[in-house]
Design a binder for this molecule. Structure first.
Ligand code: OKP
Ligand code: ZN
Length: 375
């Protein structure tokens, strides 16, 4: 299908909008248009806690190094982000949370300059009956206010890394809004556990939500957001829970036993205008690849009936059989099959990297999805 508006990548978008958004593809590129995060190594969390012990953090810079290496080896070029996500970040996150995050490291150093060598963890949270409307003066208390767990260490370059990642997500969405068939945001830290006003699960800014909101702002009436990370994308679900313009669908480990534990059940179907626009497909730990692909069919059927204008994929690769903190059983070949199935939805697609902790296999698994899609 040919639409003149999308053959000119930098043509003003209003032309596309007037003609109707997403009338066809700009053409099948042999390679995946990939935006990388040039600042991701500034976020280098040292430790996390596991059963009472301090262990090296699973979410490490090497993860993205492996993906970038595999992309290059398989002929995919890496492009620097070229869009400022700040206006969209303000649409999906609360102003006071963004203000906190942006200066959190300076606040930590203000407590004691020696903190430069230490990474802060929250230790107290405003759970039920406690107030979260008043910002405490104590930094660690504020850190708890804006956190869902103590598993999300912050480093000197965390804000810069997270912001550049959101810029990469917005850049990928911008290209897709301009007519590219697909784009990949290759970033860390991940984003799908970050809610409007909290960090958690290694996530600070919700990159997938930024991509979806960007597409909404630039001509897409309905955006489907499919989360295939092993862990439920609680942050993304909560951001869009009362909205019908973004359908959230997720396949993940059953929260009765798997992180993030407190969201991701099948009976969470949306609220208010968003009623019916949230689909959770929790599967027990140990679920086979065959059963996982059945759930993928369910998700794809819902996305098809939604008649989305565009798709955002929260691309976690931790459903992999070799993942050290997850318990599904997809093989590297299954990730190629996943990409192929997503291509059959026939939607312009933004892929956003989320989890996946078998670092050495992460590149193969991620690029298999992209090439299975036809990148
Ligand atoms: C982030 B993403 C393991 C602790 C697990 C949280 C896992 C966050 C996963 N020792 N902590 O969805 O891949
Ligand atoms: Zn995950």
């Amino acid at each position: 299908m040919f639409d003149p508006c999308i053959t000119h990548q930098f043509e003003p978008l209003r032309i596309c909008v007037r003609r109707g958004f997403f009338l066809g593809f700009a053409g099948y590129s042999a390679r995946m248009l990939t935006f990388h995060n040039p600042l991701h190594t500034g976020h280098a969390p040292a430790h996390e806690f596991f059963r009472g012990e301090r262990v090296p953090c699973f979410e490490m810079p090497a993860r993205v190094d492996y993906v970038e290496e595999t992309l290059r080896a398989r002929g995919h070029a890496l492009t620097a982000p070229d869009v400022d996500s700040a206006p969209v970040l303000a649409q999906v996150h609360a102003p006071r949370y963004l203000a906190f995050l942006q200066t959190a490291w300076q606040q930590w150093l203000a407590l004691d300059p020696a903190n430069a060598a230490v990474q802060p963890f929250p230790s107290v949270w405003p759970v039920r009956t406690l107030r979260s409307d008043v910002e405490p003066d104590n930094f660690v208390a504020r850190l708890g206010l804006y956190s869902m767990d103590n598993g999300t260490p912050m480093a000197a370059g965390t804000w810069a890394a997270a912001k550049a990642g959101a810029d990469a997500a917005a850049s990928a969405a911008a290209r897709v809004a301009q007519g590219a068939r697909a784009a990949f945001c290759c970033t860390r830290p991940p984003g799908h556990h970050a809610g409007a006003d909290f960090m958690g699960g290694y996530c600070f800014l919700n990159n997938a939500a930024v991509a979806a909101q960007w597409l909404r702002n630039h001509g897409a009436q309905r955006v489907a957001l499919l989360d295939v990370d092993y862990h439920h994308g609680n942050g993304t679900q909560s951001i869009f829970y009362d909205r019908a313009d973004v359908l959230f669908a997720s396949i993940h480990g059953d929260p009765r036993t798997e992180y993030p534990f407190y969201l991701g059940h099948a009976d969470e179907t949306g609220a208010g205008e968003g009623a019916g626009f949230n689909l959770n497909l929790p599967l027990p730990a140990g679920t086979s690849a065959a059963r996982w692909f059945e759930a993928l069919e369910q998700a794809c059927a819902r996305i098809a009936s939604y008649r989305a204008d565009a798709l955002v994929v929260s691309l976690g690769l931790d459903a992999f059989e070799g993942d050290p903190i997850s318990r599904f059983a997809l093989t590297s070949e299954d990730f190629t099959r996943l990409g192929g199935r997503l291509a059959r939805l026939g939607l312009r697609t933004v892929f956003v990297l989320e989890g996946g902790y078998a670092a050495a296999e992460l590149g193969t698994n991620a690029v298999n999805v992209l090439e299975g899609f036809g990148a």
